[in-house]
Design a protein around this ligand. Structure first.
Ligand SMILES: [Zn+2]
Ligand SMILES: [Zn+2]
Length: 348
């Protein structure tokens, strides 16, 4: 073969390799991860712990910031500790209007003022809203000075937001905002948070739905039920399940619903899930309970829970190792000890 032919062949092969390479790289890449940026428990010494929730969800080629924590300075410090570039996120989801989920938004806006923010639509809420002026009753017998807008209201009345100029898109009902990425919109019916609207993030993948919840005020079971309408296979739920003060029987019911009714495959509870619920879920899920303290990155490779077991997920491997160590103890979470202590105290 002469030199020209050899060079031509080499160039052709390089070209073919260039065409093939991106596909191969894409296939080899992990399909994403969830990094917990804000919570009140965790083992990462570089992260500050505080009540609240935030997670960076990298999935289906998108970088989604889900909630922004409770304290802007702690949120900023944790984002920095994890080297997260807030200028490079596709959008923010604010699950609901409780301050332990949105206090870091000003920090996000200081880095990325035009980022798209999805928030629940609430009348007169802090995310801003609007109503047709037909909503209020009119009385045309009144003189103009006693009438709203002198009797000539604008067709749509706009109500301000706490983040003037922010690119907020209000979500009223369950909406697929990008292919396979759905915001589940539900309303709480629980005393204390009645009529509170909340968004949960459901990402449909080839292995089922990855569901991220903020506080689950509408009820974790209701949210999961809504997610099963997208795909009955629920691969992972991460976030707060709001069982922090729930009695044992309510916890047991929720755990049974997740495991037996909805057959949720993996569980990564955090935030307001509650300590007794962590324990109950750990008992029910074993190795498929994915530790998700602040600073943890949960890899979302194929078959979430099995990734760590096969040792392919370095981030979660440490957590699983810790769990295995704990599980080998007779009383992994100190539950029996705490019970004995409690029953001891009740005799006093
Ligand atoms: Zn919360
Ligand atoms: Zn809340």
């Amino acid at each position: 073969m002469d030199l020209r032919k050899t060079l031509f062949l080499a160039a052709a092969l390089a070209g073919a390799a260039a065409l093939v390479a991106p596909t191969r790289i894409a296939a080899a890449e992990p399909t994403g991860q969830i990094t917990i940026l804000y919570d009140a428990f965790g083992t990462d010494a570089a992260m500050k712990k505080d009540w609240g929730f935030s997670a960076l969800v990298e999935i289906s080629g998108k970088r989604i910031l889900f909630d922004t924590g409770n304290d802007p300075d702690i949120f900023a410090a944790n984002v920095k500790a994890k080297n997260i570039d807030l200028t490079n996120i596709d959008f923010v989801v604010l699950s609901h209007r409780h301050s332990d989920h949105m206090a870091g938004l000003n920090h996000v806006l200081s880095k990325n003022p035009t980022v798209k923010i999805y928030a629940p639509r609430e009348g007169f809420g802090i995310y801003g809203s609007s109503l047709p002026s037909s909503f209020y009753r009119k009385d045309e017998s009144l003189p103009p000075e006693m009438r709203y807008y002198d009797g000539k209201p604008p067709e749509v009345m706009k109500f301000g937001t706490a983040w003037q100029g922010a690119n907020i898109e209000l979500v009223d009902k369950t909406t697929e905002i990008a292919p396979g990425i759905t915001l589940i919109a539900l309303v709480s019916d629980a005393p204390g948070t009645k009529e509170l609207k909340e968004l949960s993030l459901a990402v449909n993948t080839a292995d089922g739905v990855v569901l991220v919840v903020g506080c689950a005020h509408p009820g974790i079971e209701k949210i999961v039920e809504a997610a099963t309408a997208i795909n009955p296979k629920i691969r992972l739920i991460a976030g707060g399940f709001h069982l922090v003060v729930a009695p044992d029987e309510v916890i047991a019911k929720a755990v049974a619903a997740l495991k037996d009714t909805f057959k949720v495959e993996n569980i990564a509870p955090g935030h307001c899930t509650g300590e007794p619920t962590f324990a109950a879920l750990k008992r029910a899920y074993g190795d498929r309970y994915l530790y998700a303290g602040v600073g943890t990155s949960l890899p979302l490779g194929p078959g979430v829970g099995s990734v760590g077991r096969r040792g392919e997920g370095p981030a979660i491997q440490d957590d699983l190792a810790t769990y295995r160590k704990l599980a080998q103890r007779e009383d992994p979470f100190g539950i029996l000890k705490a019970r004995n202590l409690r029953s001891g105290l009740s005799h006093l």
